[in-house]
Design a protein around this ligand. Structure first.
Ligand SMILES: Cc1cc2nc3c(=O)[nH]c(=O)nc-3n(C[C@H](O)[C@H](O)[C@H](O)COP(=O)(O)O)c2cc1C
Length: 305
């Protein structure tokens, strides 16, 4: 039988559910080993607001933290699935910590399929992951992205209720938080093309086959919004890091300033920002269309975002 290794981090279990659904229809036909990334200093859930916003600089600047040993079996894996989530438009601290650790050497010369479970902004994170995989001599062969497909502001509100109160279930005025459960269930459709590639050891058409099944749904205005967002996060992360590492009380005033500005940005400026992004997408239709195609695919060019 063919072998799949799944390396993932999931704080609430959502991403684990997504991966299990993707593999549900092929799990009898392959051997699957799951390995969970566990940070030595686990992140709280639900989060307090200070700890949450204090994780921005280390996420954006990809500063790693210690993780537990993964105990990866010494097998010749046909495919490695890397399941991760974006934090502050960047790879989450746990996944980044794994990729920078000695243990990530197990990815060398392996075919990698990334599976992302996000709110809706994952482009910069995936660019960083692509770059890390190239440096590890690993080959990205596919990418599946599941997002919350509610309107942007609704998903911000529900993700805040989930993150700070732990409530994923719908409330009086808001829907469930996170990726819609029907989308998680339907992710089982990706199993077949994955199995075909593994059995034939032909991965060059995997992403095309996954895209035919709508593995990545990307709205053009999100490309513009994310580009604006990550630019500001990069500047602010450096500003906060000048006052110390994550958890250092000295940087708390800067973290709180970031939090206030982000809230103003999201709730007050965002309707204007959304509108200008939509206009920009219409005006630069051809360029944006090319960008969308690029981000749906798995090749890597520097500075795309
Ligand atoms: C600290 C933090 C930052 C996040 N930032 C983003 C983000 O920039 N873009 C996004 O689409 N989702 C973001 N999310 C949502 C996560 O990507 C993810 O969908 C959610 O946390 C559930 O993942 P889990 O499987 O780890 O529980 C963030 C979540 C957390 C906890």
């Amino acid at each position: 039988m063919k072998n799949i290794l799944v390396i993932y981090y999931s704080q609430t279990g959502q991403l684990k559910q997504i991966i299990e659904s993707v593999l549900s229809e092929i799990k009898e036909s392959v051997v699957i080993d799951y390995r969970e990334i566990i940070p030595q200093n686990p992140f709280p859930f639900p989060w307090t607001s200070d700890v949450f916003f204090d994780a921005m600089p280390e996420s954006v600047q990809q500063i790693s933290e210690p993780i537990e040993p993964l105990d990866i079996p010494n097998k010749n894996y046909d495919l490695v699935i890397l399941g991760y989530q974006p934090w502050f438009l960047s790879p989450s601290i746990p996944i980044n910590s794994f990729l920078q650790s000695e243990q990530a050497q197990c990815l060398k010369n392996k075919n990698i399929l990334t599976i992302i479970g996000a709110r809706n902004m994952w482009l910069n994170a995936q660019e960083k992951i692509k770059y890390s995989l190239i440096n590890l001599n690993a080959k990205l062969v596919g990418n599946i992205v599941l997002c919350d497909n509610n309107p942007n502001l609704i998903s911000v509100l529900t993700v805040m209720r989930w993150t700070f109160k732990g409530q994923k279930e719908k409330s009086t005025f808001l829907p469930d938080a996170g990726v819609q459960s029907i989308d998680i269930t339907n992710a089982s459709r990706f199993g077949n093309p994955i199995l075909k590639s593994i059995e034939s050891n032909q991965f060059q058409n995997l992403q095309t086959n996954l895209l035919k099944l709508n593995a990545v749904d990307l709205k053009p205005d999100l490309v513009i919004l994310e580009k604006r967002g990550i630019k500001n996060f990069r500047k602010f992360s450096n500003f906060i890091l000048k006052k110390g590492e994550r958890g250092n009380p000295q940087r708390l005033p800067r973290v709180k300033l970031f939090k206030r500005l982000l809230i103003i940005g999201v709730f007050i400026l965002s309707p204007i920002s959304n509108l200008t992004a939509r206009f920009q997408a219409i005006l630069n239709n051809k360029t944006i269309f090319q960008k969308v195609e690029y981000f749906k695919n798995i090749s890597y060019h520097e500075n795309e975002i």
